[in-house]
Design a protein around this ligand. Structure first.
Ligand code: C6P
Length: 416
């Protein structure tokens, strides 16, 4: 085989990494857990679990409220997490990071707060057919209110963006380009730098869905010159309901809040209120303080592993999986070159429906996802109602891919 375990092991010490994740010691149906569903949510290292527990055990208070010691500690931990995320993403200042519950909430915030303020009839929003529903539906809701129009970059048969007609799609009418950094359904990594430059040439603002890209790739928002970037903490070793939105300062300044309430205001009068400056304007009510503190710990852990090593591992393990799945006779959706794709591998195995497959694999302790993956435009494009999807992360081993392949044979025997 071109790709061996050695190649994967050189990039990260996977066995050492695995020791940091207590859940990986679990058994499922009497078999060792083989977790191949990290694109849905990643597991959490002990350090993240400890950071959340320590917050509740020693520092618990509401952030930005109490003048008492615990209130100040909670605020400091929360703001430290923001500063760490800003450094992680190469953002120019912590204030350019808005905390949200994740990618879905971040894109809704941009589509409502920025889109509804700026978009008019005749304007166009350009998306791609490989977007997750959370980078489609919020824009459809904005279109209903503003009269702007949606257009889509189509896909090639190989699961890439078809950029051959980009000049006709991306015009002076385009005010927003919404694009994923990596497709959760196809694994495709999109050419962000090229797309951002093209969008800026016509004056469009670019919103990147980094839900799948951020866990595996170093991202430098300043170097990319991206306008908005949405990410989910739970897919990058952090707690559920952690995450955020990076936005250029001048755009956040022009953006209206999506939620009104406590702590986002400067002053409230009978008939109106004035708002705080970003990012606090967008953080109404009691926020997910412990979760964002946990995300800070997750990002620190990723930085220690090194994002280059994280990506190298993803690439090696994906190459191995693609090769073994092809040998086993699976039909792969999306690009087969690991250099331009990530570790979410959609496939159809012989005549076994993905839902049946996922159920049988679970009997063998192997967790995969089956369904449309919240990407129905992708399913429609390739004429399939669903796919099976195996997805990988820093703790995934070649032995686990081998366990997947062995379980596929079991499924075939049952359905033959
Ligand atoms: N994809 C998957 O199994 P949230 O739920 O807000 O954290 O992330 C939404 C989201 C947005 N964009 C992309 C590319 C995604 O993959 C996801 C979440 C999960 O593929 C759950 S559907």
């Amino acid at each position: 085989m071109a790709v061996t375990e050695g190649a994967a092991a050189e990039t990260l010490d996977v066995e050492r990494v695995r020791a940091d994740f207590p859940i990986l010691a679990r058994e499922v149906n009497g078999r060792p857990l083989v977790y191949l569903d990290s694109a849905a949510t990643s597991h959490k290292p002990q350090r993240v679990i400890d950071a959340v527990a320590d917050f509740y055990a020693r520092h618990n208070a509401n952030a930005h409220r109490g003048i008492h010691t615990l209130g100040e500690e909670a605020t400091e931990l929360y703001e430290d997490a923001r500063a760490r995320l800003a450094r992680f993403f190469g953002a120019p200042a912590p204030e350019t990071i808005v905390f949200t519950r994740g990618t879905t909430e971040s894109i809704n915030l941009v589509a409502q707060g920025w889109g509804r303020t700026v978009l008019r009839e005749g304007d166009e929003i350009l998306l791609t057919e490989m977007e997750h529903h959370s980078n489609i539906v919020p824009w459809q809701m904005t279109v209903e209110v503003t009269g702007a129009r949606l257009r889509y970059i189509p896909l090639t048969d190989d699961g890439l963006l078809d950029l051959s007609g980009l000049d006709a799609l991306l015009t002076e009418r385009t005010k927003v380009l919404g694009v994923t950094g990596m497709s959760n359904a196809l694994g495709t990594i999109t050419p962000l730098a090229e797309l951002i430059a093209a969008a800026h040439a016509v004056g469009a603002v670019v919103v990147v869905d980094a839900a799948q890209l951020a866990p595996h790739h170093a991202i430098d928002v300043a170097a990319l010159d991206v306008d908005f970037l949405a990410f989910s903490g739970h897919k990058m070793l952090g707690p559920t309901s952690s995450g955020g939105l990076y936005g250029k300062a001048e755009l956040l300044e022009r953006m209206a809040p999506m939620l009104g309430g406590g702590e986002m205001i400067s002053e409230v009068f009978h008939d109106h209120a004035t708002y705080k400056s970003p990012p606090y304007r967008f953080e109404a009510g009691t926020m997910e303080v412990a979760e964002q503190v946990g995300l800070g710990a997750a990002v620190a852990y990723l930085q220690e592993l090194g994002m280059d090593a994280v990506r190298a591992h993803e690439r090696a393990i994906t190459a191995y999986a693609l090769e073994r799945l092809a040998e086993a006779g699976a039909t792969i959706y999306g690009p087969t070159d690991p250099a331009i794709r990530g570790g979410a591998v959609s496939f159809w195995y012989k005549d076994v429906h993905p839902h049946d497959l996922a159920q049988i694999l679970n009997e063998e302790g192997v967790a995969i996802r089956a369904g449309h993956h919240c990407a129905q435009l992708v399913m429609r494009r390739y004429g399939t109602p669903a796919t099976a999807r195996a997805s990988f992360y820093v703790y995934t081993t070649t032995q686990e891919i081998d366990a997947l392949i062995a379980a596929l044979a079991t499924a075939e025997a049952i359905f033959a």
